[in-house]
Design a protein around this ligand. Structure first.
Ligand code: UD1
Length: 339
């Protein structure tokens, strides 16, 4: 019983987690519909782990599809549920797409897990559930604030849905992971972030600008109440984040009938300007940077208290911001060579 269903396993965080699951002795069973990923990610995983990963293409909100995969793999004992849309701006323009996919798929999945007696669940949530916290670093007891976007609201609803299911039935153990800002790529340069179209997030925008694919980078506001005026976030290397999922699976196995949320960050805040300066320094590059307007919906600063994850999951991040920015740039260069 060491197979793990990984929904959205061809995505940015999913693909890195698949690699870490293999390294930890699990057999990941990936499902992905490629709505925000690319089949070549599977080749990258294969090159790293030395064998083709088990993969099914489909939508995990499709009950028949999901059941057909579970029926083929009776040794699946747990699930890591990544599959969800995550673009804040798009969720404002097309909220139903987000409600249907993010909430709909979790509901289908929870039913299927119960039917197949799968008792371990690790769920992808986000620090967005905290809004702008009143004290920093933010810990898991901070209040869940009014969501600024339909995307953020779907994460709150999904967390609540998991709690409600726990209250109603015995058997399931869930770790809800609240990611801060995942960045970087695998050190091999074989997998990384593959944003389709113009990236929304800072680091892919930086690497694409450095590669000459974007006409320069805009800092969204430098008049915030922070030391250099730009927003502060907690940037976590995606490989550290992937390892947190393996630790969370162990925790769900050791703690039956439990349900806990965990912050997954570094505990350190860095400003947008510090990220850009570090990128330039460690990669010996100069970016074209302009100062623009604030981006609607951005919180001024947020970074994690990682004490709970350290204590209960026995997990702490090992890689630095510089490591992540070196790895992200290596990945971008490999992509540019392929293109
Ligand atoms: C956002 C979401 C988060 C979600 C994550 C998914 C919010 C408040 N946060 O994180 O819930 O999980 O995306 O990917 O909605 N920036 C620039 N120029 C750019 C791009 C970004 O200055 O071209 C700045 C932003 O203003 C922000 C920082 O960089 O201050 C990080 O932005 P981003 O990478 O988009 O992440 P979040 O907004 O923190």
């Amino acid at each position: 019983m060491n197979s793990i269903l990984v929904t959205g396993g061809a995505g940015f965080i999913g693909s890195h987690t698949v690699v870490e699951l293999y390294k930890a002795g699990y057999t990941p069973v990936i499902i992905d519909d490629f709505s925000n990923s690319h089949p070549k990610v599977l080749q990258g995983i294969e090159s790293i782990i030395g064998e083709a990963p088990i993969f099914y293409q489909g939508d995990c909100s499709d009950v028949q599809f999901l059941i057909s995969v579970l029926a083929k793999h009776p040794d699946i004992c747990g699930c890591i549920h990544f599959a969800a849309f995550k673009a804040v701006g798009e969720s404002v323009l097309n909220p139903l797409k987000y409600y249907q996919n993010n909430i709909g798929s979790l509901s289908v999945l929870l039913n299927a897990l119960r039917e197949y007696k799968i008792t371990q669940l690790v769920f992808s949530s986000s620090c967005t559930v905290y809004g702008q916290p009143t004290s920093l670093p933010v810990d898991e007891n901070a209040s869940i604030e009014h969501a600024n976007s339909p995307y953020g609201y779907t994460k709150q609803v999904c967390e609540r849905m998991i709690c409600d299911v726990h209250a109603s039935v015995k058997g399931l153990s869930s770790a809800v992971l609240r990611y801060f800002n995942p960045i970087g790529a695998h050190a091999s340069g074989l997998i990384g972030e593959l944003p389709l179209g113009t990236p929304d997030n800072l680091v892919p925008f930086i690497t694409q600008s450095a590669a000459g694919l974007r006409d320069g980078l805009t800092i969204f506001g430098n008049d915030y109440n922070t030391p250099d005026g730009t927003c502060i976030r907690d940037y976590i290397h995606v490989v550290d984040l992937a390892k947190a999922h393996v630790a969370a699976l162990t925790w769900t196995n050791n703690n039956p009938n439990s349900c806990e949320a965990f912050n997954i960050g570094t505990g350190k805040g860095n400003s947008v300007k510090e990220v850009i300066d570090t990128f330039e320094l460690v990669n010996d590059l100069k970016l074209k940077v302009a100062i623009g307007e604030r981006r609607p919906g951005d919180v001024e600063q947020i970074y994690a208290s990682g004490l709970k994850a350290k204590e209960l999951l026995k997990w702490t991040p090992e890689l630095s911001l510089a490591d992540a920015l070196i790895d992200a740039w290596r990945w971008q260069q490999n992509l540019s060579v392929e293109a």
